[in-house]
Design a protein around this ligand. Structure first.
Ligand SMILES: Cc1ncc(C[n+]2csc(CCOP(=O)(O)OP(=O)(O)O)c2C)c(N)n1
Length: 644
């Protein structure tokens, strides 16, 4: 109450209403040691209703998490404080994931709970044996993503997942009855969950319900009936308690009602001591765990520690170099989705923590290599996840899998459906989560399925997302390089945009050097002094090379620059960019997508050959002709510009 009041902004209602639930959870159940908030076998607590961040910050402070000081509480919502408006895992020790967009937390928690079971299947109860608790609000459960999440968790029988629903019947516009009449208990039950209702202000009832949930063979929803802004004389139970400071009078009234006679931010010793004790309650367990880890054979222990800390294995670069050498010896004229599968045959062996999956497009995305087994309900020994037709749920679960530690998740669908996954992809970018999206059918090149399935703006949209890295490889070798760069990245997500249609292998060099690492490179030099440079990505590199040939036949020298990652290229130092862009007077970009973004390379007067609107349904070769994305069109435009 004091922190929100001091910040003159924030949400007091949820922290006040859910304090009883959180207190029982943190003091009686949560397995954690406040001195080591990254202990791999800790229970995870996810505050899905991120607007109630002050509840989480208070708990972290009271239990003694280093850095979350009383001054940080006083600096709530101030620049560079450890107490931002909504929880950010990269700002505050003890915050497991970034939440705020409603529904993300509960859906991310599914990934946490799944990763726990998968790692348990690999390392056993001695090393991996914990729960994932979620505090969710009405808004979390109303969001569509919650359905994808609970259906997946229920199906997979993730019984270590326990959701405490702050069932206060109030949202911003007023009572929930304005817009909702779902029976959440029945909904969760229908999805394969245990679901019970309790009084969320009765500590005994909360304790009993959590104890029972821990014994369940299903995930559990505990609907905790609470009063938003509990204690506030006028605002409690109303939307007025949701998202603004209580105000001096209401604050004083609430303190009186709650029997709290202390000055702002004052915490009496007996209460501080009791919380500090709760914060230490997992220490003995953590030490026993550390002893068990120490007792493991050195190699097994080192591997667990490597994976838990997100360090990539040694062998990846070598494995990719060898694969590239093989591709040089036996060139593969295949779709890049197929090239990705070829790369994955090697990578899945070199990177045991890579977990693949698809939102029901496995045979189209080519993500399931022969050596991978799928996990199933109750059997979590596997590295492939059938996410179902749940792109958003998949992307959020991937965030949880990555944040849990021990795994690198790669999930797949069609590129056009990144729209369905985007809010969770944005969290990955913001929170620096190294998830990998395998997005196939990346342009009109998918053909007959037509414009509903043909992405045109998606590359630009993803490239515009800070910290998202987008790769659109041109052939099998660039695909291997893209996979290497995506996997070596530990501070953010990567998207691989891959074709449905076959492409010729344009690269003939193998070895350890990764030419895609600068985002762009000269693939084919000019025959003489270059009068034009053609930049192209993915499937259009082939077209650029054919245009170069046509122009060469007319003694017009051009060079071709392959751009497997436009955003990575634009992030290079000025000098590197200038060298790759070169000084040929005519600049052309070829990409079967919208122009947005390419002006940074070709300038506003550059020639763009690509899409200017939505696609159409037809065989793909007809579409390329129809939309004028052909070598002849490129050559003709270059010559016309030259002759101006
Ligand atoms: C995806 C998304 N949409 C909208 C919001 C804005 N918003 C914040 S809290 C909230 C709803 C508040 O109701 P509830 O979830 O019941 O929380 P409570 O009022 O109980 O704190 C909304 C719409 C958001 N944070 N995320």
């Amino acid at each position: 109450m004091d922190a929100v009041e001091q910040a003159k902004s924030g949400h007091p209602g949820l922290p006040m209403g859910a304090a009883d639930v959180a207190t029982v959870l943190f003091t009686k159940f949560l397995k954690y040691d406040a001195t080591d908030p990254t202990w791999p076998d800790r229970d995870r607590f996810i505050l899905s209703a991120g607007h109630g961040s002050m509840l989480l910050y208070s708990l972290l402070h009271l239990t003694g998490v280093k850095g979350v000081t009383i001054d940080e509480l006083k600096n709530f919502r101030k620049l560079d404080s450890k107490t931002p408006g909504h929880p950010e895992n990269f700002m505050t020790p003890g915050v497991e994931t970034t939440t705020g967009p409603l529904g993300q937390g509960i859906a991310t928690a599914v990934g946490f709970a799944l990763a726990e079971r998968m790692l348990n299947a690999e390392y056993g109860d001695d090393l991996v044996d914990h729960h994932t608790y979620v505090l969710a609000s009405d808004g979390d459960l109303m969001e569509g993503i919650s359905h994808e999440a609970i259906a997946l968790a229920g199906h997979l029988k993730l019984n270590r997942m326990i959701v405490l629903w702050d069932d206060n019947g109030i949202s911003i516009d007023g009572p929930l009855t304005l817009s909702d009449s779902v029976d959440q208990v029945k909904r969760f039950q229908a999805c394969g969950w245990n679901a019970v209702r309790i009084d969320g202000h009765d500590p005994k009832a909360i304790q009993r319900a959590i104890a029972r949930a821990q014994k369940s063979d299903k995930p559990t929803l505990i609907a905790c009936k609470t009063t938003i802004g509990y204690g506030a004389p006028k605002k409690a139970g109303t939307s007025k308690a949701h998202g603004e400071p209580l105000g001096a009078e209401e604050l004083a009234g609430a303190k009186t009602a709650l029997g709290w006679s202390h000055t702002p931010f004052e915490i009496p010793d007996n209460i501080r001591d009791a919380w500090a004790k709760a914060g230490k309650k997992g220490r003995r367990l953590r030490k026993a765990w550390a002893d068990r880890l120490k007792a493991l054979p050195a190699d097994k222990r080192a591997e667990f520690e490597r994976r838990a800390t997100g360090v990539r294995p040694q062998g990846l670069a070598d494995a990719i170099a060898k694969l590239k050498d093989r591709l040089v010896a036996e060139p593969q004229n295949v779709a890049t989705r197929k090239a990705s599968e070829i790369a994955l045959e090697v990578i899945t062996e070199a990177v045991p923590e890579l977990v693949l999956g698809s939102a029901d497009l496995t045979p189209s995305n080519n993500t399931k290599t022969k050596n991978l087994n799928a996990i199933s309900p109750g059997n979590y020994a596997g590295r492939y996840i059938h996410y179902g037709i749940r792109e958003h749920g998949m992307a959020a679960a991937m965030n949880g899998i990555a944040l849990h530690g021990g795994y690198v998740p790669a999930g797949a669908t069609f590129l056009v459906f990144t729209d369905y996954a985007r809010p969770a992809m944005r969290i990955a970018a913001l929170a620096g989560i190294p998830a990998i999206y395998v997005m196939t059918h990346d342009s009109i090149g998918l053909g007959e399925d037509g414009p509903t399935h043909q992405p045109v703006e998606h590359l630009a949209a993803l490239r515009s997302m800070p910290k998202m890295r987008v790769f659109r490889p041109a052939d099998a070798i660039e695909t291997a390089e893209a996979w290497q760069l995506a996997l070596e990245r530990t501070d953010g997500p990567s998207t691989l945009a891959l074709t449905r249609q076959n492409l010729p292998q344009v690269r003939r060099d193998g070895g350890i050097a990764n030419l895609s690492a600068t985002g762009a490179y000269e693939l084919s030099p000019a025959n003489g002094k270059a009068r034009a440079t053609i930049f192209a990505s993915g499937s259009e590199v082939e077209i650029a090379l054919a245009a170069q040939k046509l122009l060469d036949e007319q003694s017009f020298a051009v060079r071709v620059v392959s751009v497997p990652s436009l955003d990575l290229f634009l992030a290079q130092p000025e000098k590197v960019r200038a060298r790759i862009i070169g000084d040929a007077p005519i600049k052309v970009a070829v990409e079967a997508a919208v122009r947005f973004g390419w002006d940074s390379v070709i300038g506003p007067d550059g020639i763009f050959v690509g899409m200017h609107g939505f696609g159409a349904s037809a065989p793909y070769k007809d579409l390329y002709k129809h939309f004028g994305i052909t070598p002849e069109a490129v050559a003709e435009k270059v010559l016309r510009t030259h002759n101006l």
